[in-house]
Design a protein around this ligand. Structure first.
Ligand code: NAP
Length: 332
């Protein structure tokens, strides 16, 4: 049994160890889950550094999401879950970088057997985020345009895939030509590389059409350039800032064009949405994963004891896909 443990707030390189004999006591509302796979996400590093919307209690397990199989239930009422494959929701009450983990039963959702484990391990955060970003703020119709930065991130690629399913067209901004080519090969409508004259190039690519929604995961200058192409009263949703800067909109866009700036955090949805909505959303998204409609490229998988290599790899700019922990001991 191994779990990656955060021993102090700060960079994971200096504050993480592998615990070989973790406490796996199962209380009445808990499940014991054998993890099959768990990704390394940008938020995991933010959490370790104390920069996330949730503060870890030290010592803390790490790993925000993952997929696994239920080995034991702490009460008779959850016994029907034993043997089931489940994804673990990012409530930060348990860490998925573990080969066994104790999870409150409310933090899991049952998923299909016939889907790829690596893809399912990435279901809970980014597909749900992309789905809500596309559906909550603007009533999009086939033929509408949306704009986004971070187009080649996992969120961005799922936004493109879900928008295509709905007949919605996407204009994506990335920061490297190689990433742009990869997205175009996947069928993205318009992909632009950030840089000089971005606003003019966006307007030219749209050919007179207007964006109805802008999704901002980068902050800095690109949200302003994308917002310039929004329709009157259009919406920018800020869901992260990889540059560390906020999403400044021009006064002209805010006042004369009545552009709205909204914020989104998935954890609020998980905390507040009715359980039936959460289960329906994940069931529909898991079905798309099982059918191969939603896939996120995987660049590498690691064992838990290779965590230093996994962290370095996950933090390398210009990756072509996600880095995950893939575990082999997930049988009951
Ligand atoms: N609000 C929420 O609830 C929510 C939910 C899910 C995700 N998120 C956030 O959404 C973002 C994307 O997550 P993900 O898992 O999809 O990421 P990911 O697949 O790991 O991709 C990371 C992306 O960030 C880009 N990037 C990294 N540093 C950058 C910088 N300094 N300037 C501009 N771009 C930079 C990378 O570009 P290159 O390929 O060029 O390196 C890549 O496109 C993360 O910040 C994550 O925390 C928020």
């Amino acid at each position: 049994m191994s779990q990656i443990i955060l021993t102090g707030i700060g960079d994971v390189d200096d504050n993480v160890r592998l615990e070989k004999n973790p406490d796996l006591t199962i209380d009445a509302g808990d499940l014991l889950v054998a993890i099959e796979a768990a990704p390394v996400n940008p938020t995991d590093f933010l959490l370790a550094n104390g920069w996330y919307g949730v503060q870890p209690e030290i010592p803390s397990t790490l790993g925000s999401e993952g997929v696994g199989r239920v080995l034991e239930a702490g009460s008779v009422s959850n016994r029907e879950l034993v043997g089931k494959r489940v994804v673990i929701l990012p409530t930060y009450e348990q860490g998925t970088w573990s080969d066994r983990v104790v999870v409150p039963a409310r933090n899991v959702v049952v998923v299909p057997e016939d889907a790829d484990a690596l893809q399912l391990s990435m279901l809970a955060i980014n597909p749900a985020t992309a789905h809500i970003l596309l559906n909550r703020y603007v009533d999009l119709k086939p033929g509408d345009w949306i704009g986004q930065n971070l187009g080649n991130s996992a969120v961005g690629q799922i936004v493109i895939a879900l928008a295509r399913l709905a007949g919605v067209r996407t204009l994506s901004v990335v920061r490297r030509e190689e990433a742009a080519e990869r997205l175009r090969a996947l069928g993205a409508d318009v992909v632009l590389v950030d840089g000089d004259d971005l606003g003019e190039r966006i307007a030219e690519a749209l050919g007179g059409a207007r964006l109805r929604l802008v999704l901002d995961g980068a902050g800095g200058t690109t949200p302003g350039a994308l917002a310039g192409a929004l329709e009157f009263g259009g919406t920018v949703v800020s869901y992260s800032s990889t540059t560390g800067e906020s999403s400044p909109l021009s006064l002209g866009d805010l006042i004369y064009r009545e552009i709205t700036l909204r914020g989104f955090w998935l954890i609020n949805w998980i905390r507040n949405a009715p359980r039936a909505e959460i289960e329906k959303t994940y069931s529909e998204l898991a079905d798309l994963v099982a059918r191969g409609v939603l896939t996120v490229p995987v660049e590498a998988t690691y064992a838990l004891d290779q965590y230093r290599e996994a962290f370095a790899h996950a933090r390398t700019p210009g990756r072509a896909g996600k880095v995950l922990f893939a575990l082999t001991s997930a049988s009951a």
